[in-house]
Design a protein around this ligand. Structure first.
Ligand code: G3I
Length: 390
């Protein structure tokens, strides 16, 4: 056993024991799974992550008929041309992280402001990248005026008007749209398994079908995607959600709702690799594909806030999580694209939303904060190189 394995094992036990005393029940179970993870990691630490050649991720993906892309924001390109170059070199698709959300597009109930999203659409066009939008309908990122202005009587007008205007504005240049995001969550407790949304309150469950039909009418060429999260692990909550999702996808398809693909966000958790059941998840992907749907991995990253501080150890766990997940999902030929939620650790939502308690920078993406490739980059390269050709 190498030195850092024994350190990591001791550290894991230390985290487990001391952690158990101070953590709440949930984080204690995370700490326990962290110990299991450390065990699993020690066995995987012989993985060499060797990569053949220097090809970029987008080139390796394209060689198998796959799309590799990432989410980003206009400000990151404007403030950091070096990052913009890295993005162009590695990504075949650009996804505005926030510029196509209601709170970015709708400063007032009667104004649509496309400035920032248009800037990104032009950037994608200039650099021959595919352009993807997310989301047309979500229960979050709603403008401040929304709750004062939208109500049961006018909700359908606002929904139809927004989807029609925004989808028409980009008609013909959008590879795909997440038409509805995160609408299903059995853990929320509704008998129909749907998740809280003002649209659900105002319009009932049919708001989802309405959204897809309006989007299809506004841009018949865009691939229309239903996008969701919290599906990846072998936990009762994720299992229930996979079951509910399959039921809805089947129902929407049988009713002729124009849904073309299913987006799996794939925000993985490095401390829960041990909870990933490849067999179960592979079956879920096959069941989705059997409905005639394509599948997109839409927001891939690996949360490392509960992993050991040692960068060598942490990067190996993150890279292992990426490689194990991607090897599995890319085995399903209905999977057409892999999009990471960011490209470099310098710009990740985890810095704000899931920082490390030790204050160390998080490392959830293929490139580090100095824009250099990490072991995670090797994991992507290896997964694309091993993937079956589409
Ligand atoms: O642009 C404003 C800025 O003008 C203002 O000064 C600043 C402070 O209030 O806020 C800025 O907007 C923020 C926006 O990100 C752009 O940075 C919003 O407050 C903030 O809520 C928003 O967070 C985004 C979040 O979705 C909510 O929209 C994250 O960056 C983004 O990574 C995250 O992405 C979501 C996906 O859309 C859906 N799946 C989950 C994923 C992670 O939560």
């Amino acid at each position: 056993m190498s030195i850092y394995q024994s350190i990591s094992r001791r550290r894991a036990i230390k985290i487990g024991l001391t952690g158990l005393l101070s953590m709440s029940a949930t984080t204690a179970s995370e700490a326990i799974s962290l110990n299991e993870e450390r065990e699993a990691f020690d066995n995987k630490s012989k993985r060499k992550f060797n990569v053949v050649g220097q090809d970029s991720l987008k080139k390796r993906a394209a060689a198998k008929g796959l799309i590799y892309g990432a989410a980003t924001e206009r400000g990151k390109f404007v403030s950091n041309p070096e990052f913009a170059d890295l993005f162009v070199k590695n990504c075949a698709m650009l996804v505005p992280e926030n510029e196509l959300k209601w709170d970015a597009l709708r400063p007032t109930p009667h104004i649509f402001d496309y400035t920032k999203a248009d800037w990104l659409a032009k950037f994608a066009r200039t650099h021959k990248m595919l352009f993807r939008g997310t989301p047309l309908v979500w229960n979050l990122a709603l403008p401040k005026w929304f709750k004062e202005v939208v109500n049961r009587q006018n909700a359908e007008k606002f929904l139809v008007e927004h989807i029609t205007a925004v989808t028409k504005h980009y008609a013909g240049e959008m590879h795909s749209w997440d038409v509805v995001n995160e609408a299903i969550e059995p853990a929320f407790g509704r008998s129909d398994g749907l998740y809280y949304s003002p649209w659900l309150d105002f319009l009932g469950p049919d708001y989802i079908e309405l959204a897809f039909r309006v989007a299809a009418n506004a841009d018949p060429r865009a691939m229309l995607v239903y996008n969701d999260a919290h599906l990846e692990y072998d936990t009762p909550k994720h299992e229930a959600k996979r079951k509910a999702l399959l039921k809805y996808l089947e129902r929407w398809k049988s009713k002729g709702v124009p849904i073309h693909a299913f987006g799996i966000q794939s925000h993985l958790r490095g401390h829960q690799n041990g909870l990933f059941n490849a067999k179960k998840f592979r079956k879920f992907l096959a069941d989705v594909a059997s409905l005639g749907l394509k599948i997109m991995i839409t927001e891939l990253d690996v949360k490392d806030s509960l992993l050991p501080v040692n960068i060598k150890v942490r990067d190996r766990i993150v890279a292992s999580a990426f490689e194990d997940y991607l090897s599995l999902v890319l085995d399903e030929k209905a999977v057409i694209a892999v999009i990471t939620w960011g490209l470099s650790d310098r710009y990740t939502w985890f810095s704000t939303y899931a920082p490390r308690s030790d204050g160390k920078p998080v490392r959830p993406l293929p490139f580090d904060s100095n824009l250099k490739p990490k072991l995670a980059w090797n994991a992507f390269a290896r997964a694309f190189d091993k993937a079956p050709k589409r």
